[in-house]
Design a protein around this ligand. Structure first.
Ligand SMILES: Cc1ncc(COP(=O)(O)O)c(C=O)c1O
Length: 465
């Protein structure tokens, strides 16, 4: 009973600044909290006729999905119980047939790669603008995406393009222009909006993905709404010509046949609440808290990443000579739990009801951290040596299943990757199965190994020729 013991303890750390955004229950959607106060387990029901499921045309789930589609201005809506991961994969498989090519950004979440594998799709990866100060990929500008689309379409047609917006850290590009660019070329857009269920609901936030005309939009309802982990939603844009039957077929292939009624209710309750007047007020208060925290930290001389979401706060600790993974370990020992440590940045998720002591405590703790770990001078990061667009040399599924051997990173140049290299979190692959590791890439991966010591092994699995 080790796990249960942990969960039953229910001890709150000093500053929980991680996902889910309900902040250990404090901002759980009220209707969901009410449901959980019923007799434990009474709500764990099968697909009874009156309840149905996400693929049924009748029953409470169907009605709920239709109501949410209307509320959000979508053509259709499907709930999912396997996170944004499961719905992104269903979206990909709905848009592309085996052998077809899909355009994916280098900051893709690994679930999209797995979707390509399952659907036998060819991933065409595109490079992104890179920030040497934070070590992060940034959203593409319309000019950048235009060049990418031209280069990719000059090789062969594309069945779909995936855009990730917001990024994990809360960066949003000019999505209206980006979506229009792809659609003008006849390429439908699948938007990974896992971190953006709240966009468009406050004047301080960018517009929602749906309002930009994306064909399919996937939101995780624990990352920016008050839902439980694994609850997610797939939305079809009002102007999208994708055949819903293709979407439902892909959902049938990938989702469980026994969806948890609790997680389906979490999808409904979190979206209803977020879009209600009360939910918007709660969001507005959290945004104000995020803005104040940012001002305080900037006034103390901390360098923060420019983001479009005040609920994500990324401290560029590399500017103080500190690796985000070391900073995270230091903070965790002192009861401050961040969401995403990376070599150049440490990202905090404030959630929909930020902890009360946040404004006072975080600047003080970070100041102490900076004094203890800082002082080495600012670090910067080298740009990943990647082509504008590239596909794996060997098909993804073939490379991943091929006979392989582990070789030290410094001997990997010239070899074909069998397995991806993917620090988690954030789950963004630095190398993909079937890619040829050239000299500059091998050197860059060795540098990444030094930057992510516990996350990346010093060997890489390569295909045995
Ligand atoms: C950008 C992005 N997309 C998709 C996902 C997958 O979401 P989930 O964990 O809900 O499956 C994540 C998870 O971190 C993510 O960061």
């Amino acid at each position: 009973m080790v796990l249960l013991k942990q969960l039953l303890q229910g001890r709150r750390p000093r500053l929980p600044l991680h996902l889910p955004a309900h902040g250990r229950g404090r901002a759980l959607a009220p209707a969901l909290a009410q449901l959980l106060r019923q007799i434990p387990g009474s709500w764990d029901l099968p697909e009874l006729p009156e309840i149905g499921g996400p693929l049924e045309s009748e029953g409470a789930v169907a009605e709920s999905q239709a109501a949410i589609a209307q509320l959000l201005g979508a053509q259709r809506c499907w709930y999912g119980v396997n996170g944004a991961s499961g719905l992104l994969q269903a979206g990909l498989l709905a848009l592309a047939q085996p052998g077809e090519r899909v355009l994916l950004p280098r900051n893709l979440h690994r679930s999209l790669l797995h979707g390509c594998l399952l659907g036998q799709l060819e991933p065409v990866l595109f490079d992104l603008p890179f920030d040497p100060v934070s070590g992060l990929w940034l959203p593409p500008s319309p000019e950048h995406l235009d060049a990418v689309l031209r280069a990719a379409l000059a090789q062969a047609p594309l069945a779909a393009v995936v855009l990730v917006s917001p990024s994990y850290q809360g960066c949003v590009g000019d999505l209206v222009a980006l979506v229009a660019l792809a659609q003008r070329q006849g390429v439908p857009v699948l938007l990974d909006e896992a971190h953006g269920a709240h966009l468009g609901l406050d004047p301080r936030l960018p517009p929602s993905g749906l309002s930009t005309g994306a064909d399919l939009v996937v939101q995780s309802l624990q990352k920016a709404a008050g839902g439980l982990a694994q609850s997610a939603v797939l939305l079809q844009g009002s102007g999208s010509g994708v055949d819903p039957a293709r979407i439902e077929r892909a959902l049938l292939w990938l989702q469980t046949s026994s969806p948890s009624a609790l997680l389906l209710a979490s999808a409904e309750a979190s979206l209803q609440h977020l879009h209600s007047a009360k939910g918007r007020r709660q969001l507005a208060r959290a945004l104000t808290c995020g803005e104040r925290l940012r001002q305080r930290l900037v006034a103390c001389g901390f360098q923060l990443l420019e983001t479009q979401d005040p609920l994500r706060l990324s401290w560029i600790c590399a500017a103080d000579g500190i690796n985000g993974l070391e900073a995270d370990a230091w903070l965790m020992e002192r009861g401050v739990i961040a969401e995403l440590p990376e070599p150049g940045c440490l990202t905090f998720c404030l959630g929909l009801r930020p902890p009360r002591r946040l404004l006072r405590l975080l600047p003080a703790v970070l100041e102490q951290l900076r004094q203890e770990l800082g002082g080495a001078g600012a670090r910067s990061f080298s740009r990943p040596p990647l082509p504008l667009v590239a596909s794996p040399e060997l098909p993804l599924g073939e490379a991943w299943r091929a006979k392989s051997e582990a070789v030290p990173l410094d001997q990997a140049a010239g070899r074909l990757a069998a397995e991806p290299l993917c620090p988690y979190p954030p789950g963004i692959p630095l190398l993909i199965s079937g890619e040829r590791i050239d000299g500059p890439r091998a050197a860059w991966l060795q540098e990444q190994r030094r930057l992510w010591p516990q996350q990346i092994a010093d060997t890489v699995k390569v295909v045995i020729a």
